[in-house]
Design a protein around this ligand. Sequence first.
Ligand SMILES: [Zn+2]
Ligand SMILES: [Zn+2]
Length: 352
Amino acid sequence: MTTAVADVAPAAELPARPARPPISWRTAWPFLAIHALPLLAIVTGVHLRDVILLVVLYWTRLLCITAGYHRYFAHRTYRLNRFWQFLLAFGGTTAVQRGPLWWAAHHRRHHQHSDDPDDIHSPRDGFWWSHIGWVLSGAYGETDYDRIRDFASFPELRFLNRFDWIGPWALGTACWLWGGWSALIVGFFGSTILLSHGTFTVNSLAHRIGRRRYETSDTSRNSWIVALIAGGEGWHNNHHHYQSAARQGFRWWELDITFYVLVMLSWIGIVHDLRPVPKRRLPAGAVAVPATQARTATTWAPAATSDELTWRVWRCCTLSDGQSVPQPDTRLTSPSPPQTAAPARRNPRGRC
Ligand SMILES: [Zn+2]
Ligand SMILES: [Zn+2]
């Protein structure tokens, strides 16, 4: 049974937020132009195989984003060897959502600053800003390597991150060679648009609609509709409550396609060490870090203080319960060991 809890703080208590940059038409036009391309289906026609391709490309690329960019690169909720890590990263680039290091670093910032003034896609700046405005502004194109040092130590990931256009161009070309113009227009571009908005709903709708089971210090919510669209990512309040678990649907009835796929991949030895949700984190209404959350939620402290507090929350919830953070399987790693090969860290206190 879901127990809804109140939102974190009345809007009247919140300080004014910084003005967000306007849309940069110079950088936004290619993404906007892609939205018009499916209209060319009037010319190319639509075949059954194009629709099948659209569905296949939506779900395979969605899983590269949800299981790869999000649950692996941003949160390290399971372990892969270096080959599969690279393949997942390359698959993610085909979704036209930039490189894995850029994506994961921005997402770690979202969790560190959820809905505070340094969260770059908070719905507190407006629904459309959180959904797509921050992308179209062109103001956040740089990769913050300090936030993703663990994976930035792999040169092949830095390569994919820098040349993130290779994946989309390769996939688009393959679609054209396989099925002609209609496959490119409907299968590739059609699924790319749907996939973009499908994943953007996690930033926008999953912070606006649905119920709040846990008293997190942000506006995250559990939404069935987003869970269906985004492969289980709609259980966003669960995820903000405990972000280190491979699953986001905490109850048996909370459909989490991404997690089911990860479990199946673990059966055949591709995925290792799926991190569970500790039992003590499951009860509805539980507060992960009461003292810290209360301070951030009710006072919305100045940025410096908020930075320190939210970072402590992130570290605490990531390294809590005595679990080690999963490290990439180094059996296939390069001769020079990356930082991630260092001994697993543990929360010295073992609690929040
Ligand atoms: Zn996350
Ligand atoms: Zn969120």
